[in-house]
Design a protein around this ligand. Structure first.
Ligand code: ADP
Ligand code: ZN
Length: 726
């Protein structure tokens, strides 16, 4: 009866792992809009949430409803972002609040920066000049205004000198814009002249951006064909349309060269988004994205969740990369979600790769994605010749990994003044350390994994949980002293061998743990480009994206490494990785050569690499996936259960198995102990759900788990479209 007097109510989504949105009352003086960031009471706390909708049929009793407290001084979360959160939440089967949290993980950015005061010269003369005063006046030459902190920093004076000058009327206070302005990329800044093939591709992109509608495009081009330059033209068109563009890159190490190229094309650097960004830049960049001032953002997968005011293009570069898949937290694949984001925002998405994923190739084949090819390297560069060295015939000798043919090739390359690279995808000195007396293997106490020796750090490390310890003096099993022996190579050990074989070479060893950040990466790139390094030894971090004109030889020390384990995508990934590595060779006028060391030279992956026949490889991969009804011809989801208590997790897994549904359109496999049966002290069991393509896997899992109560000491993670089977 008092309905007519009931205040307006709205649903507010909170960035937490709780149910759905909660209802709140809107006080009359607050005019909240959809998407507005608001402060609301939640239990004893105050939290920031987002207005998600009108609460039309709110059931909360009048005496229990709480009120929105305040609207935050920032633009609302755009409708497209909210729709995206709901979509991702539904698809990944994660609570929407957890997905929302990925969109608003910079709380400071919800408030504008306090305005700053600066000083500039008035023109009045100084009555008594001192060296300190002179320096201040020099810093403020030309009526520029600077803050006290900047002046004292540059001029090397205390703030009292500045205050003294202000008191005397020599300086006057002025208010400075609070936010640093973000430089705007210039679409008309002159770039390269494109080749005909590049121009054709750029024209298609331009038309797609102008069409102002969803489209998905696969840009497949051999390494060095100029894919980047081509998608830059799509970005330029997006800028002309006044919309924002996002580029997702897999490895942050890529970015120093990428950023320079962007700057060469557009005159300024783009806005960055990744985990190495400092707190201040995160705040500034997040705000610039939601306020529409950041025109082009380049970032890691998480950048997809930035609150773009008017996104008009997403490019996913190296779209086949597994690092676009996040396994922890909300498991999602940024490449797939980028397509979803584009559909919601009605704009084009470009997936670029030299070795597209089977998923994407299949989509292109079915006509869902437009397929654009760049068939040759840009300019005079040609693709490198690939040779196999059969390690059964050319054994490198005990505790050695470089075969004679590879040694000769490196020697020749160095002699001719060019650069060589040895690729081994293994960090550290040795992957396994065992006792020579009793055979005891050093294992992580918290994980079912061997400890990896990092000799430079004088430590053994677990690559799963970060545990580390010094090499023990005596064997914990047989108490023998100094009995430990390193087994197998990591790149540190390979570098040791290379130093013996090539004593005059300038060797650099690069892995994710030796490149500490973007600055170190930029220094490395410079040393390579300047020729201070002539023998590069690296893991997958140097395999991708880089363009080193004088690098003409690539030696893959263990081409078989990625094939072990029998993962669904092992062959595909090995093919992609080795093609990428091979693609580093001979990118300029000198032709390149690639040597693959393998014990299984007859393997289809090796043959495809030598023949440079991607099509044949993917056809056979496709057939085997199709006949096994594996993705992309069927659907997969993983259910990972873990607990510190092995009994609890096992009995919960058994219970789930007992109530698992049966049907002819799907199969629920498990529970099985995970291949990594313990990580960080948690015991792990896995189920794998496999369905036909037309089954809604989320619905099936939802029905299976309906009403299930997960014991408090067990964690259950649902992973739709898993990439990780460990
Ligand atoms: P991809 O990403 O396909 O491997 P890149 O975009 O890195 O290829 O291009 C390879 C190299 O060729 C880069 O150094 C790039 O600057 C150069 N390049 C590509 N297209 C042109 C062009 N039209 N004019 C001049 N240089 C180009
Ligand atoms: Zn561990």
């Amino acid at each position: 009866m008092n309905d007519s007097r009931q205040k307006r109510r709205v649903e507010v989504m909170l960035p937490m792992s709780i149910g759905e949105a909660y209802d709140y009352e809107v006080p009359d003086h607050l005019g909240v809009t959809m998407g507005q960031f608001v402060k609301v009471p939640f239990g004893p706390r105050e939290v920031t949430g987002v207005v998600w909708g009108e609460a039309v049929n709110s059931k909360v009793a009048a005496n229990r409803i709480k009120a929105v407290q305040e609207c935050l001084p920032v633009s609302p979360l755009p409708a497209e972002s909210r729709e995206f959160v709901d979509w991702v939440s539904h698809y990944t089967m994660q609570r929407p609040g957890r997905v929302l949290r990925m969109c608003m993980n910079v709380p400071e950015a919800l408030y504008p920066k306090a305005p700053r005061t600066g000083y500039r010269r008035t023109g009045a003369a100084v009555d008594k000049m001192t060296p300190a005063r002179r320096r201040v006046l020099e810093v403020l030459e030309g009526r520029v205004a600077r803050t006290t902190a900047e002046i004292s920093d540059i001029a090397g004076v205390s703030s009292s000198v500045i205050k003294g000058l202000a008191d005397k009327g020599v300086l006057e206070p002025v208010s400075l814009p609070a936010e640093e302005t973000i430089p705007v990329p210039d679409a008309e800044h002159p770039g390269f002249d494109l080749s005909d093939a590049q121009q054709n591709a750029a024209d298609i992109f331009r038309a797609r951006v102008q069409a102002d509608d969803f489209s998905a495009l696969l840009l497949e081009g051999v390494t060095g064909s100029g894919k980047t330059e081509v998608y830059f033209e799509a970005i330029a068109e997006c800028l002309r349309q006044g919309r924002q563009a996002l580029v997702l890159l897999p490895e942050i190490a890529l970015s120093s060269q990428w950023l320079s190229r962007f700057e060469a094309r557009f005159g300024v650097k783009p806005v960055e988004w990744h985990s190495d960004l400092g707190q201040g830049n995160r705040r500034r960049n997040w705000r610039a994205v939601i306020e529409g001032e950041a025109k082009v953002v380049v970032g890691a997968r998480s950048a997809l969740f930035l609150p773009f005011a008017s996104l008009g293009l997403v490019v996913v570069d190296e779209e086949h990369e597994a690092s676009f898949k996040q396994d922890e937290g909300v498991p999602y694949n940024a490449r797939d979600m980028a397509v979803v984001r584009a559909r919601i925002g009605k704009f084009p998405v470009i997936l670029a790769s030299a070795t597209p994923s089977l998923e994407t190739l299949t989509n292109a084949e079915m006509g869902r994605y437009q397929h654009i090819r760049l068939a040759s390297r840009f300019g005079v560069a040609v693709l490198p010749a690939v040779e196999l060295v059969d390690l059964k015939e050319h054994r490198p000798g005990a505790q050695r990994w470089i075969s004679e043919p590879l040694r000769l090739a490196v020697e020749e390359t160095l002699k001719s003044g060019q650069q060589a690279m040895l690729f081994l995808n293994r960090r550290g000195y040795a992957p396994l350390t065992l006792c020579d007396t009793c055979g005891h293997r050093l294992q992580c106490p918290h994980c079912s994994a061997w400890l990896v020796e990092h000799r430079m750090l004088r430590k053994l490390q677990c690559h799963h949980c970060g545990f580390s310890s010094p090499l023990p003096k005596e064997c914990p099993e047989c108490q023998d002293e100094d009995s430990f022996k390193a087994c197998g190579p990591g790149i540190e050990r390979l570098a040791e061998e290379a130093e013996l074989l090539f004593p005059d070479a300038n060797i650099a060893m690069i892995a994710s743990d030796t490149l500490s950040g973007p600055k170190a990466a930029a220094e490395f790139v410079e040393a390579m480009t300047e020729g201070q390094i002539n023998l590069l030894i690296g893991t997958q971090i140097v395999a991708k994206g880089y363009h080193f004109p004088a690098l003409t030889l690539v030696g893959v020390v263990d081409a078989d490494l990625g094939l072990a384990g029998g993962d669904l995508r092992a062959s595909e990934r090995t093919y992609q990785l080795l093609s990428q590595v091979a693609g580093r060779a001979g990118r300029a006028e000198h032709p390149g050569k690639v040597i693959l060391q393998s014990y299984i030279p007859e393997h289809p992956v090796m043959e495809a690499l030598v023949q440079q026949d991607a099509a044949a490889f993917f056809n056979s991969e496709r057939q085997s996936r199709e006949s096994a009804a594996m993705p992309p011809f069927g659907r997969l989801a993983a259910l990972v259960l873990s607990s510190p208590d092995p009994e609890s997790v096992f009995s919960f897994a058994k219970n789930l198995s007992r109530i698992a549904p049966h049907g002819d359109q799907f199969l629920i496999m498990g529970p099985a102990p995970a291949p990594l049966s313990m990580i960080r002290g948690r015991h792990r069991y896995r189920f794998l759900v496999k369905t036909a393509k037309n089954v809604q896997i989320q619905k099936l899992i939802g029905q299976w788990l309906k009403g299930i109560k997960v014991p408090s000491n067990v964690r259950m993670q649902i992973d739709i479209d898993p990439y990780n089977f460990m």
